[in-house]
Design a protein around this ligand. Structure first.
Ligand code: LLP
Length: 394
């Protein structure tokens, strides 16, 4: 992980949206050093489990700058959030509203909540990471009236304070217009809440999802390109309803950490199939990067650590796991003299890689190393066989 890159991305967001709260989505990549960095850069942290919160707590991340998300928060998640005193809990289902209220009880301080709304906006992204439309498991529907009903439910709970509304369109979103459309619909709802309850909610959280280019031919969404059209749209929507401009929160995950990450693999073997393909097998795969098999994600890969002799050939880089689907990069040009022991590097692996890594085939998870100014520092050590066995108590 390139520490300078992560810090720069945090600053880019803060500069692009000087009046907004920027909340890093810890699900993209979180460890203690990352949580400290996010705190130092003045960002808020979005956690979605007691586990992520435990990392934040272990570095004393300020509770007033933590949001808790999740469409299925367990009693443990909610108890951890309340006992640490997180700033806001984003509620995502009717029974959760009463559960949070019951846990807060009569005597404790009231808990601020946001209501997650499904704005009915198509982010035009991979179906597995599209959350703005109606036919998925997140949020309260705006069009069916479920969101307005959730507002009534929260306002009826004395232990809860409704701080505002939230939506998240999905991930890898490239269109500014999708955010503008969501902003307009959310302001319509804020105005409807004011008209029904006489209450101008102060916060509007528009989620994350800002796309990152993994390959040269892919499009990203630069925070600077989004800022002016989005804030202008919000301003005009608020004006139309004579609604005061809410405090905006954005929740970038990938856009902060993806480009800082590079994963190194060691070539284990090279093989020619009867069909004429060349497979290069490496010492990792779907256990450290499930994204190609889950989303058809594509990456660039290159030889590092030595100068090849000129000449390339098309190969497929496969992982070491026991599945034909464990392919990291398909049909890519790599040096013709590639050999076992060589190092290959895949770029743009700083988000949803280590955080989605598994122990499949009981392959220990790789370490994470930070680099800065030519120095390296171990952030997460390599998993050991002892780690793999330590929970196995049968
Ligand atoms: N806010 C909420 C409520 C979210 O659910 C997410 C991501 C984010 C913010 C941050 O989204 P980002 O800015 O990173 O796109 N595993 C998938 C991505 C899943 C995203 C889950 N939610 C992948 O590898 O592409």
């Amino acid at each position: 992980m390139d520490e300078r890159d992560v810090r720069q991305r945090c600053r880019d967001f803060r500069r692009a949206f000087p009046d907004a709260e920027i909340a890093y989505a810890g699900k993209a990549f979180l460890c203690r050093a990352m949580a400290r960095l996010i705190a130092e850069e003045g960002l808020t942290l979005d956690v979605c489990s007691a586990g992520e919160l435990a990392v934040a707590r272990s570095v004393r991340f300020p509770a007033e700058r933590i949001l808790m998300h999740g469409n299925g928060k367990t009693p443990e998640d909610l108890r951890a959030a309340l006992s640490y005193g997180v700033s806001r809990i984003v509620v995502d289902c009717p029974s959760e509203i009463t559960r949070v209220a019951a846990l807060v009880g009569g005597d404790g301080p009231a808990q601020q909540v946001l209501i997650r709304v499904t704005p009915g906006v198509d982010g035009r992204t991979h179906p597995a990471v599209a959350t703005g439309g109606e036919d998925q498991e997140f949020g309260f529907s705006l069009t069916s009236g479920a969101a307005a009903e959730a507002v009534r439910r929260v306002l009826a709970q004395p232990g809860l304070v409704l701080a505002g509304l939230h939506c998240h369109l999905g991930s890898q979103i490239t269109r500014v217009a999708a955010y503008q459309q969501a902003a307009r619909r959310m302001v319509d709802l804020l105005a409807a809440v004011r008209d029904e309850h006489g209450l101008a909610l102060p916060r509007l959280d528009l989620g994350g999802g800002f796309a990152v280019p993994y390959l040269r031919d892919q499009q990203g969404l630069d925070p600077l390109a989004l800022a002016v059209p989005l804030i202008t749209e919000l301003g005009s929507a608020c004006d139309a309803h004579r609604f005061p401009m809410p405090r905006v929160t954005l929740e970038p995950g990938r856009a902060i950490s993806a480009r800082a990450g590079v994963t190194l693999y060691r070539v284990l073997g090279i093989k020619h199939t009867a069909t004429g393909r060349v497979f290069v097998t490496v010492n990792g795969g779907m256990s450290d990067n499930p994204r190609p098999s889950l989303y058809g994600a594509r990456y660039s890969i290159r030889l590092v650590g030595r100068r090849p002799v000129p000449g390339h050939r098309s190969v497929t880089v496969a992982g070491r796991h026991c599945e034909a689907g464990d392919v990291l990069v398909e049909d890519v040009q790599l040096p013709a003299d590639l050999r076992p022991g060589d190092l290959l590097a895949i770029a743009c692996t700083g988000a949803y890689h280590h955080s989605m890594a598994s122990d499949y085939n009981l392959v220990p998870r790789p370490p994470v190393v930070a680099v800065r100014g030519g120095e390296s520092r171990l952030l997460i050590r390599r998993e050991t066989e002892a780690d793999l066995l330590c929970r196995d108590v049968g």
